[in-house]
Ligand binder design. Structure first.
Ligand code: GUN
Ligand code: ZN
Length: 433
């Protein structure tokens, strides 16, 4: 955490509500804005001519650039960093061909640490300042992720991926060892610095009912932890789940029956949901992670964002690396927009930005700490260059409103649009010029 005070000048963007229900009234934008950071937190945001700089504060001028909350990525697999963009397979074959062989390498703690370091470099470079990741079956892969996050001061969530069937020997645990290892890891990492442990059954095809039950019992013992898994991503996967769990009413029921449905539950994909599943997810106030680049890349389907949001589900936006094809939440927002268009709904840029920040923070139950530029929040911020490439710049030059100015960066931007990144008030990227 950075001590002392820093004053940033530039355009600012904050949310006072949810633009899906409140429209752009939920957005506060200052053309000439200022952000005061004190002791790692945002202490003030407003018009630049209203700020009183504390004595001795450091000042950074960002001119026309946009200061906002860093992106929050609530569903990804950091161990899949090195196999992102692997060609030609649908989910189950993709796991068997590319993913499981790569995840086996994480038995080696030094390999795990090397990939964790690479992942954090890429995520922070893309403006993602908080994330919730799957590790592999190996406890060492959880330690590597948390050690790297801790060293960088990042608010991060992760858990040991549990699998006791339909996985290679080198990636398999048991119901008992999954319980024991997860509990031990949660006891050593949960709540330490800015870290949170996440109970992580990979998905029903790779967990026996006994393992699901053991992890449900662990969650009941440690209800402060999040629980993450995958749900109804591909039709072949759903058919397999119904063969493996003949007594289950539907896919969600395989979790529900074992104590794995709750408000701190985070369900990735959730594309092909039955009416009963929607109703139960809503009643439980569970979190959903929309993974648009993954859903198109692996060919999974079109998530019903507007319908689920209108029904009142909590939804965040996630990269799902390495089924997802980009580390950038800008690219992920672009894919969200494209899928929205295929579903017949054009998402407003305010809705896209909200999903990638506030919405994602809410599914992590961390919206009082991260995901918004507001007094009292942890100062994980990004500074966006809204004219970062020639194609974006010419489009930006013709913009009349902030939304026209931002949308080309959402659709065409990448890490070149991320000018600066602050973690807990400390500048971690290149200094502003
Ligand atoms: N379902 C189970 N495991 C995975 C994974 O690693 N990636 C994706 N996209 N879906 C999964
Ligand atoms: Zn996933």
């Amino acid at each position: 955490m950075e001590h002392g005070s820093t004053l940033l000048f530039g355009q600012t963007l904050s949310f006072s509500g949810d633009p899906f229900s409140e429209g752009i009234d939920a957005v506060s934008h200052h053309r000439n804005g200022a952000v005061l950071i004190e002791n790692g937190k945002v202490s003030w945001v407003g018009p630049a001519d209203h700020v009183t700089p504390p004595a001795g504060s450091k000042t950074i001028q960002y001119g026309d650039k946009l200061i906002m909350a860093g992106f929050v990525d609530p569903h990804l697999h950091y161990p899949q960093t090195a196999i992102i963009a692997s060609w030609g397979k649908r989910l189950i074959e993709w796991l068997d061909t590319y993913t499981f062989p790569e995840e086996m390498r994480f038995a080696d703690a030094s390999y795990a640490r090397m990939i964790a370091e690479r992942y954090f470099d890429l995520a922070l470079g893309a403006g993602t300042t908080s994330m919730c990741s799957y590790a592999t079956t190996h406890p060492e892969s959880v330690d590597a992720f948390f050690q790297e996050a801790q060293q960088r001061g990042v608010r991060a969530y992760a858990g040991k991926t549990c699998m006791d069937r339909n996985a290679p020997d080198g990636l398999s645990d048991t119901a008992q060892s999954a319980y024991d290892d997860s509990k031990r890891l949660a006891q050593s990492w949960h709540g330490k610095d800015r870290l949170g442990y996440v109970i992580t059954p990979r998905f029903s095809p790779t967990s026996s009912p006994k393992q699901l039950e053991a992890l449900g019992a662990l969650w009941a013992e440690m209800p402060g932890c999040l629980m993450q898994t995958h749900l109804s991503e591909q039709v072949e996967e759903i058919a397999w789940v119904s063969e493996l769990f003949p007594d289950a009413r539907d896919y969600l029921d395989t979790y529900e029956a074992h104590g794995l449905l709750g408000t701190k539950g985070l369900y990735g994909h959730a594309i092909h949901l039955e009416p009963r599943e929607r109703a139960r997810l809503l009643e439980a106030d569970a979190g959903l992670a929309h993974c648009p680049t993954s859903n198109t890349f692996i060919g999974s389907g079109l998530f019903d964002l507007k319908g689920l949001k209108a029904a009142g589900h909590r939804i965040g936006l996630a990269t799902d690396i390495g089924g997802g094809s980009s580390f950038s939440m800008l690219r992920t927002m672009a894919a969200t927009y494209e899928i929205g268009q295929l579903n017949g709904a054009a998402l407003h840029p305010a809705e896209l930005l909200w999903l990638a920040t506030c919405g994602s923070a809410k599914v992590l139950h961390a919206e009082n700490k991260i995901g918004n530029l507001a007094a009292g929040m942890e100062a994980d911020l990004i500074v966006l260059d809204l004219a970062s490439t020639p194609a974006i710049a010419q489009r930006h030059a013709a913009a009349d409103t902030i939304w026209e100015a931002i949308f080309p960066t959402i659709m065409m931007g990448d890490d070149r649009a991320i000018s600066d990144v602050f973690i807990a008030g400390a500048l971690v990227s290149k200094a502003a010029t």
